[in-house]
Design a protein around this ligand. Structure first.
Ligand SMILES: [Zn+2]
Ligand SMILES: [Zn+2]
Length: 312
C-alpha cells in the first residue's frame, strides 16, 4: 500500500509566515562559505546538503491522509484542508470510487470536504464511514448558509454512508479496516488498515497519557506490530502539562508506545500550528534521541510532511 500525506497540521491551517521564510533565508545565508560559491556545481552541492527543514516545509494543511491499496482502492482518512489539494491529483477511471473515513468531526478534520472537487462530480462515488450515525447531517451542516455558499444537496448523488461498529472489522476489497475509540474531547477514532500482511494505523487526536490503564492496554493491543503508525504528537512535554485533557500527545509518549508495540515506522502528526519547521525538526531529533537513549531496538521516526509518499 502507498500512504500519501495531504495535510499534517492540527487544529487549523497554518501557512508559512513572512518571518518564517526570512528566518530560513537567514539561516541558509549564514551557512555559506566561500568554497560553496566557486562554481555552479559547488553551489548546487551546497543546496543539496542543506537540512530539509530549511529547504522545505512540513506544510500547513490540516489532517488528510490518502491510502492507496495494492488492489487499487483509494482510501482517505479525514477531510481536513489537505483534501482540497487532493482534488488536483488526477484520477484514473478506476479511482473514481473514494472511501472516506472520519476520525471525528472537529473542524480541522472536515473543513476540506466542501472544497474537494470530486464531491460535486456525478462521475465519482463516495463511501463515507464513521462510527457516528449522523455523519451526513454533520457534513451537510457545515455547508448550510451562512457558513458556505454551496449546499450539500449539490454533491454527487453517489454518496453512501456507512455506520461502523468500533473494533468490528469490515472488508473493502482485500483490505480489512478496524476503528477504535481513543481519549479525546468528544472522542476520536483511530483506524487500522491491513492488506497483504501489512498493517497501517492512523491515530490522530488522541491523548495517550489521559487514558486509563485499561484503555492504554487496549490501545497497545490495537497498535501492536504495525508497519507504520501515524500518531498525534502535537505537544512538547511542557505543553502537555499546561494542557491536560486537551486531547493530544507528545513525541516522547509516541516513542514509548512505538517501542512497547513493536512499531516499525512512527510518523509524528497533527503538528501544533504555533510550531515552525525548525521546532518540528527539533521534536523529531528529541524523539530519535529519546528512542536511541533507551537502548531498545531501533525503528524509524519521521515528521509527517505534506506531499510525502510512503510505500509499505
Ligand atoms: Zn485535530
Ligand atoms: Zn480533535
Amino acid at each position: 500500500m502507498r500512504i500519501h500525506f495531504w495535510g499534517v497540521r492540527g487544529s487549523l491551517p497554518t501557512p508559512l509566515t513572512n518571518a518564517q521564510i526570512r528566518n530560513k533565508i537567514t539561516a541558509i545565508v549564514q551557512r555559506i562559505t566561500p568554497e560553496d560559491l566557486v562554481s555552479e556545481d559547488a553551489r548546487e552541492n551546497f543546496i543539496q546538503h542543506l537540512p530539509e527543514w530549511l529547504t522545505s516545509t512540513v506544510g500547513g494543511n490540516t489532517a488528510c491522509v490518502e491510502v492507496d491499496t495494492d488492489d487499487g482502492n483509494v482510501f482517505v482518512l479525514d477531510a481536513g484542508s489537505g483534501l482540497r489539494e487532493m482534488s488536483y491529483r488526477g484520477f484514473e477511471e478506476s479511482e473514481k470510487t473514494i472511501h472516506l473515513f472520519f476520525s471525528h468531526f472537529h473542524w480541522d478534520h472536515i473543513m476540506g470536504f466542501p472544497f474537494f472537487g470530486p464531491v460535486y462530480n456525478k462521475n465519482f462515488t463516495f463511501h463515507i464511514y464513521s462510527p457516528w450515525p449522523d455523519t451526513m447531517n454533520i457534513l451537510s451542516a457545515q455547508m448550510e448558509p451562512p457558513y458556505f455558499p454551496v449546499k450539500f444537496s449539490t454533491c454527487t448523488p453517489n454518496m453512501n454512508f456507512h455506520l461502523l461498529e468500533p473494533e468490528k472489522p469490515i472488508k473493502v476489497g482485500d483490505s480489512t479496516i478496524i476503528c477504535k475509540k481513543m481519549f479525546h474531547p468528544g472522542a476520536s477514532y483511530s483506524y487500522k488498515i491491513i492488506e497483504n500482511g501489512r498493517q497501517f494505523v492512523y491515530a490522530t487526536d488522541v491523548e495517550l497519557t489521559a487514558a486509563s490503564s485499561e484503555e492504554k492496554a487496549a490501545y497497545k493491543k490495537f497498535f501492536m506490530d504495525s508497519d507504520m503508525l501515524v500518531l498525534d504528537s502535537q505537544y512538547t512535554v511542557d505543553e502537555l502539562f499546561d494542557k491536560p485533557n486537551w486531547g493530544h500527545s507528545t513525541c516522547c509518549h509516541g516513542v514509548e508506545l512505538a517501542q512497547e508495540c513493536n512499531i516499525k515506522r512512527l510518523y509524528l502528526f497533527h503538528h501544533e500550528p504555533t510550531y515552525d519547521d525548525k521546532k518540528i525538526n527539533s521534536l523529531v531529533k528529541i524523539a530519535r534521541w529519546y528512542a536511541d537513549s533507551s537502548g531498545k531496538p531501533k525503528f524509524e521516526i519521521q515528521a509527517a510532511s505534506e506531499g510525502t509518499d510512503v510505500l509499505l
